[in-house]
Design a protein around this ligand. Structure first.
Ligand code: 3HC
Length: 654
């Protein structure tokens, strides 16, 4: 067996007439320039050598090919271009089979689509997630995928960027089969293919499907992609594949890809992609060994605690829920089971999965049960005295290596830690509600948190499938600090002349799913009111304070639940209320403010600036490590549109 090298990241072995080409470009075998050069050289070799009857393509390590090299975007493209490599694979005279060892994403999936045979290992996955980067596939994905799996399924996969596992890929027709040993199976396939005419994907006709069903699939994608350009373009390109000759479709796709690659939305989403890869990385923590966590205690099984319990059970841990009485424990268990049962009803979980989770769950009023827990997360009422007393009790019940985490959103975890025996084991795990769904977790690095405690909290959040962002201690941590600055600025604008629906309309046009005042109405105004009343005595009397929210609460306008808040809701429909307008006008008159009008652009610019200024303060104080961390918090916790890149990114572009 001869070893051949075609470039620094493409090598091959030739045995019994088959050239096995391996792409080895860590970390994810992206199709960087030297990969493309190597693949072309390997094909040259296979073409020249009459002894070679066919080629197998595989990836080294855990990934087949993770796609085009995103780090090359924005640089001048170097030849050979990926579409040329892929077209050559499809039109190659000798059979080429992909032995797909791991993820085949973006350009990696496009390589697979052009091969003449496709065999996956059980760990393989497939997808064209380009829309998540604000682009469309640029190397044939929109034209070849519908030829293999039909227009409807292709619209779904490319329009959402959904990743599918090997079994689903077989069912869809994206690949031929799954094998325990994909290399052996692909070899047999190449030998078989060498005896017959090759079936080339690009030459297949797209199968006819019901136009109403195609339209419904398209509408589903478009409905979810408000404000984003790429999903609509993928739909257009996929639909065109059934009526357009391949070469024309490929040219249209490539032109669209190049145009979108240089767009503002694509740069924002690339920023988000790389920010996500950096999130949770802390200098100096790389070599720290995390503690072993098997059993997680959750104190408080209300809305937040039950969501955390579900996420923890889903990740395979044993969970001990704690409530104050047996009656409350029974209700807590029912709440957790209820969320899991709903997952079964909507097909996200099967019956054995449910039984397994319930078998790992205990909910009790006996705090002593926590002696078995390695990590305890407190999710009780957000009050310093309540939490401090709880931590003092936990301090004596749990074992000394157990980690104690608080889910507080506003209280000072250092103050809680100071009241305990081992403050180095205290950390913040600030989940967002519903905690089984929301990806974001702020991991709060307290003054005395030990490095291995922080490392454990980060590893735990990642195992839950969450996006952990590290925050230092400040009131409201990263997210609520920025949110307060945003809210404050919006309220200044209210007094200065903008009305709630004008501010909300500007935010919704910018891409927020819901404007600030509509969100307030949905969440209820009373909790923030109670907090403002508590803080009244410590407020700086010289700082500008807008009391319009207080006036609303005094008038019983607590939001949607009360039927009225910033808006009224006749028949459930959000409607501007002249009474609120009058109340705002009254507040302006009392402060002798002459109202002026605001454009949508001005509203958004002012809000972005307020958020970015607060972000700069957090960065300067070491509360946030990177601007990208702040962006991720606002995107994943507060509805900031991802395709704008987050407030730090967006403010920097204005
Ligand atoms: N290009 C360049 N770098 C990439 C990359 C890519 N396509 N994909 C991942 N990386 C880098 C990450 O930045 C990270 O770098 P770091 O170690 O310096 O932080 C490293 O690879 C590892 O990435 P992950 O932490 O994400 O590793 P995982 O093992 O968790 O996941 C993966 C691997 C599933 C491949 C995941 O990285 C992923 O989803 N990558 C992006 C896939 C994608 O979007 N592909 C489409 C690209 S666009 C395209 O192909 C256009 C084409 O149509 C022409």
């Amino acid at each position: 067996m001869a070893g051949l090298s075609f470039s620094e990241s493409v090598s091959a072995t030739a045995a019994d007439g088959i050239l096995v080409v391996t792409i080895d470009n860590p970390p994810v075998n992206a199709t960087s320039t030297h990969v493309r050069i190597g693949l072309m050289a390997a094909l040259d070799h296979a073409e020249r050598d009459a002894g070679i009857i066919g080629v197998m393509l595989t990836g080294a390590g855990r990934t087949f090919v993770g796609g085009a090299d995103i780090r090359e975007f924005g640089k001048p493209p170097l030849e050979p271009l990926l579409p040329d490599v892929i077209n050559r694979i499809e039109n190659f005279d000798k059979p080429i089979a992909a032995a797909i060892n791991g993820a085949a994403l973006g350009g990696g999936c496009e390589i697979v689509l052009a091969c003449h045979g496709r065999i996956a290992g059980t760990a393989a996955s497939f997808g064209l997630p380009e829309v998540k980067l604000g682009i469309v596939p640029g190397a044939g994905g929109t034209q070849r995928l519908p030829r293999l799996i039909g227009t409807i399924a292709a619209i779904d996969l490319i329009g959402t960027g959904r990743i599918v596992k090997a079994d689903e890929a077989v069912t869809l027709g994206l690949i031929d089969s799954v094998a325990a040993d994909p290399l052996a199976a692909a070899e047999a396939m190449v030998r078989d293919l060498a005896t017959r005419p090759l079936r080339r994907t690009g030459q297949l006709a797209v199968r006819a499907e019901d136009t109403a069903a195609i339209d419904a699939a398209a509408q589903k994608v478009l409905g979810r992609s408000r404000g984003q350009t790429a999903p609509g373009q993928t739909v257009r390109l996929v639909i065109s594949a059934s009526t357009t000759p391949l070469a024309e479709g490929l040219a249209d796709e490539r032109a669209t890809f190049l145009r979108l690659r240089d767009s503002e939305q694509a740069s924002a989403l690339r920023h988000v992609f790389f920010a996500e890869r950096l999130a949770g990385k802390v200098d100096g923590l790389e070599k720290i060994v995390a503690r072993k966590i098997e059993t997680v205690g959750i104190v408080g099984t209300g809305l937040m605690g039950s969501g955390i319990a579900v996420a923890t059970l889903n990740a395979g841990y044993r969970v001990i829920g704690i409530e104050q009485t047996e009656e409350a424990a029974k209700k807590g268990r029912e709440r957790i089971a209820g969320i899991l049962e709903k997952a079964v009803q909507i097909g996200r979980l099967d019956a054995p999965g449910l039984a397994d989770r319930l078998q790992r769950l205990t909910v009790t009023s006996e705090m002593e049960a926590l002696a078995a827990a390695d990590l305890i997360i407190e999710a009780v009422f957000d009050d310093l005295t309540v939490k401090t007393e709880l931590f003092q009790r936990l301090d004596v019940v749990v074992h000394d290596d157990a980690i104690l985490a608080t889910n507080t959103s506003y209280l000072d975890p250092d103050a809680i830690a100071a009241a305990t025996r081992l403050p180095e084991r205290i950390v913040g795990l600030h989940f967002f509600s519903p905690a089984n769904i929301m990806r974001l977790v702020e991991v709060v690095n307290c003054a005395k948190t030990a490095p291995d405690v922080l490392a454990t909290a980060l590893a735990f959040a990642k195992r839950l499938g969450k996006l952990p962002v590290v925050s230092g201690v400040t009131e409201g941590f990263i997210g609520n600090s920025i949110f307060s600055a945003y809210r404050r600025e919006a309220e200044f604008m209210l007094e200065d002349g903008a009305l709630p629906h004008e501010i909300d309309a500007a935010l919704e046009a910018y891409g927020f799913p819901m404007g600030l005042f509509a969100v307030y109405d949905m969440a209820g105004l009373e909790i923030a009111w109670a907090r403002r009343k508590r803080q009244a005595s410590t407020r700086d009397p010289n700082a500008r304070y807008v009391d319009i929210s207080d006036r609303l609460c005094e008038a019983g306008r607590f939001g949607q639940k009360a039927g009225r808040g910033w808006y009224v809701y006749p028949g459930g429909k959000r409607t501007v209320d002249p009474e609120v307008t009058a109340l705002i006008e009254q507040a302006r008159r009392e402060k002798a403010i002459e109202p002026r009008s605001f454009t949508s652009d001005e509203i958004v610019t002012r809000l972005l600036k307020a958020m970015a200024d607060e972000g700069d303060r957090l960065l300067a104080g070491g509360i946030a490590a990177r601007p990208g961390d702040i962006d991720l918090v606002m995107i994943n916790g507060y509805g900031f549109p991802s395709y704008r890149g987050g407030p730090m990114f967006a403010a920097g572009r204005r």
